[in-house]
Design a protein around this ligand. Structure first.
Ligand code: ADP
Length: 458
């Protein structure tokens, strides 16, 4: 295992340990907080319960104290004792009429209607008096006595057990958190391992391949896989481009080299006509190389976005008319029809190159080129501007409609020999995309072709 790898694994473990530590601390803190809360509220809850019980029992008992035949009668449902509550009946003069004072209760307390009081030294009692009016001596006192809840023992028990089980909780929390984070981090390790393998093997074909899901790791892995996919494609395209370019340049270089070697060896005996022919051949091949390198340069700049200036608002009809008039002034076979007020976002130089490439092809691939009839039209389509270049040339077979946009594609090598680089339409498509538009082609073999640039209207 390499040094960085070890460090990465150590760091990942450090994160897991940190998560475990945090969760443990949180568990301990929460348990302590819960304990404190319970200790605080338990008194209040127990007191409240005892008081409401006392009130309820005494009120119910009051309903069973009645006058019958001029005498005070206590109904059978009167509860002298209920749980820890003891009920007593006193006369107006505070003499005990019925009930038994609980053992241990020694307090002498004057009667006070409807107020709960706490009395007693060691054992605390809650005492509630109720005045029950009646015809007998105007009424009687009901007294309820109950032992005030004492939670000291319960509380110390609670603290004891909590303190005893807390370390166990902490260990469980630490172990659980560590286990969960190990499981949660497993996909991340997989992502790391896959990325590492791709990096080491320098093979962009590898993928992380986590099963699709909605969680963060699945999405991260999918993003990485998408990135590897795009990288692989652009890497392949670069490789293809370099090998295509080398292949294209090899032929003219070989021809020039051969001609030079021949001239060096047999030049002495050559007639002036033969020498001129050799020189013309070298010149043609040099021109071809120049066109190729120029085309490649345009393409590279286009891909980098550095070709042409800032895009600006152009009147497409006016621009196309001007470019055609300037470039093809003496060409009688070119007819231009433009609609006014078709505004687009474009660059004049790039538009000129696009148009020249299309018109050049239309002439080159007409039969014969001298009789080419080319029409350039600018019109407003449905929400878009259309610039079409039509010819009545040799046409393009349907199976090649997609292929001709790829660089170095040449269908009719015999016809375009020397002139042709196979880069023209790739550059045209690049320019169309740069303008935010796209190209379409309609063509029939032997009838002609129409290349159309579609641009968003301004
Ligand atoms: P080049 O013209 O340098 O070969 P292009 O990229 O401009 O490269 O064109 C690619 C190929 O598409 C040409 O070789 C030719 O076979 C075909 N092509 C382009 N324009 C036309 C056209 N107007 N009519 C017929 N074929 C065409």
């Amino acid at each position: 295992m390499r040094k960085e790898e070890k460090r990465a694994r150590r760091n990942a473990n450090a994160v897991k340990r940190r998560i475990a530590l945090w969760l443990t601390l949180l568990t301990v803190l929460l348990t302590i907080l819960l304990l404190v809360y319970l200790l605080v509220i338990s008194d209040a809850v127990a007191n409240k319960t005892a008081r409401s019980e006392l009130i309820r029992v005494l009120r119910e008992n009051a309903a069973h104290v009645v006058m019958r035949d001029g005498r005070l009668q206590v109904g059978g449902d009167f509860r002298y004792s209920y749980g820890s509550i003891t009920a007593l009946i006193y006369s107006r003069g505070e003499a005990l009429l019925a009930g038994q004072i609980p053992v241990g209760y020694g307090a002498t307390l004057p009667f006070e209607n409807g107020v709960i009081r706490t009395v007693g030294e060691e054992t605390k009692y809650l005492v509630l008096d109720l005045w029950v009016p009646s015809d007998w001596e105007n009424g009687v006192w009901l007294r309820g006595i109950t032992v005030a809840p004492d939670l000291v023992a319960v509380k110390s028990n609670m603290v004891f057990w909590t303190m005893l089980t807390l370390p166990l909780f902490a260990i469980l929390a630490a172990y659980g958190a560590y286990w969960i984070s190990c499981r949660a981090f497993r996909p991340l390790s997989r992502i790391h391992d896959a990325a590492e393998a791709i990096n080491e093997a320098r093979d962009l074909k590898g993928r992380i391949g986590l099963p699709a899901g909605e969680d963060e790791f699945s999405r991260l892995a999918a993003t990485f896989d998408g990135m590897f996919e795009r990288l692989e494609r652009s890497f392949e395209a670069e490789k293809r481009f370099a090998s295509d370019a080398a292949h294209e340049l090899r032929t003219p270089v070989a021809v020039i080299k051969g001609a030079c070697e021949y001239a060096a060896r047999y030049g002495e005996g050559e007639t002036p006509d033969e020498r001129r022919e050799t020189m013309e051949m070298i010149h043609r091949q040099a021109n071809r190389m120049a066109r190729l390198t120029e085309g490649l340069l345009h393409m590279t700049r286009m891909e980098q976005g550095s070709e042409g200036g800032e895009l600006c608002r152009l009147d497409l009809g006016a621009e196309v008319s001007a470019i055609c008039a300037e470039t093809y002034a003496r060409d009688t076979h070119l007819s231009v029809r433009t609609e006014g007020d078709v505004f687009v976002c474009a660059d004049r130089d790039l538009l000129t190159r696009l148009l020249c490439n299309l018109i050049g092809n239309a002439i080159k691939y007409s039969d014969p080129p001298e009789h080419a009839a080319v029409t350039v039209t600018v019109e407003r389509g449905e929400g878009e501007a259309l610039l079409a270049v039509s010819d009545s040339g040799i046409g393009i077979p349907p199976e090649a409609h997609e292929r001709i946009w790829q660089r170095f594609t040449r269908l009719d090598t015999a016809r375009a020999d020397g002139e042709s680089t196979g880069l023209g339409l790739a550059i045209v498509r690049g320019i169309a995309e740069r303008f935010g538009g796209y190209m379409t082609l309609e063509s029939e073999v032997g009838v002609g072709s129409t290349f159309t640039l579609h641009l968003p209207l301004l």
